[in-house]
Design a protein around this ligand. Sequence first.
Ligand code: BTN
Length: 246
Amino acid sequence: LGRTVHHHESVGSTNEQAFRLAQDGAEHGEVVVAEQQTAGKGRRGRAWVSPPGLNLYFSAILRPELPPQRAPELTLVAAVALAETLRDWGTEAAIKWPNDVHLDGRKVAGILTELSAEPERVHFVIVGVGVNLNSQAEHFPEELRDTATSLALATGKPVPRARFAAALWTRMEEWLDRYLEEGFDPVRARWKALSSTLGQDVLVRTDRQELRGRAEDIDPSGALLVRTEEGSLERVLAGDVEQLRP
Ligand code: BTN
């Protein structure tokens, strides 16, 4: 990953830029990085705050041989690599379902996966990753100050961005190769070991419903299984999880 890097001072969104490059034939493993994004995208239509110079914003172009319905598994591949890289930096990073990475209970990184596919075949997948490396409290907008953090805030030391990016891309490539060779099971097992969500009482918001219960497991496709107070087991494919304190 990242043997070809397209570096930009400023783009709207590295995901959009990577999507265009992929449509024009860019190869598996090419990466788009930006110093800042003026329209960084988060999940569920949200924005990703992307001030210049401090943090890591990139999108990897992947061309795996996968049926489109398995593409979301790549998000968990990236989450595992992210959490491991952050742990190598001396933290206790944890994954919050589906793919937020947290330090000390605050979000430090997010992943946005986008897909171009036919019904039977993936053309390409864009895995976009934003990691707060050197943001200080004052760089976060007021409404994020209690819920966001950066690696530098957690460790008390500035983070050399190029070194972090190289370490992360190596990890992502290792997990990607393993996933393509051995399937989702080893990724799922590692994801579970790094998860802060499983075993917790949660409130899940999806487009259709709100659900309260105990997060029991993720199923073989990465969906969250929630045991409700009424005792039924609900399968959640996409949504937001609030971890409730007992
Ligand atoms: C989320 O947690 O909501 C996902 C955030 C993903 C942000 C990254 S930053 C690089 C890439 N380009 C984007 O526009 N978004 C992703």
